[in-house]
Ligand binder design. Sequence first.
Ligand code: ATP
Ligand code: MG
Length: 164
Amino acid sequence: VSINLKPFLEKLIQEFSAIASAKEISITSNLKIEDDCATVDTHLFSRIMNNLLSNALKYSPRGKEIQITLNETPDQLILKVSDQGKGISDEFKERIFQKYEVGKQYNDVNQTGLGLAFCQMAVLAHQGAIYVENNQPEGSTFIVEIPREVNFEPDSEADANESV
Ligand code: ATP
Ligand code: MG
């Protein structure tokens, strides 16, 4: 469905702020765009956000900040989740999107390593892209690009044939 992303994100951010405050992490957002209309699967999209936000929270020390921004181009929306955590070494920048790939060299806790693999699958379902960049002086930014118009039924012709 086509939705207005701003109020949708604001609600998610508000819910997450309560969880983050337990770790004294503040969440700031800048969703200043003119046209926030996009075709998204709301269930998948909220799970993408929850995964990125929970990673940002999990991999940041107490008292840091998480920043969420939404920007636009004529054909796509660009969402960024930025943290002041430990960042991602170059070696891991692509591997972290694979299933069960956890940065074992930094993690002493047992994680399943499924969150980002799910995010990538869900972003690809939106015909978008997800990648990570490191911040100066610390932390990382996960960038999600979602086209405004997504055709969720590329196989509609095949489906039609199937039902014959
Ligand atoms: P799960 O999400 O399944 O509970 P996970 O968080 O380990 O487990 P992913 O979300 O797929 O798995 O992330 C994969 C790895 O990428 C993490 O183990 C961590 O090493 C690294 N990573 C993810 N997000 C961040 C982040 N914001 N800052 C630093 N490292 C991160
Ligand atoms: Mg995770």
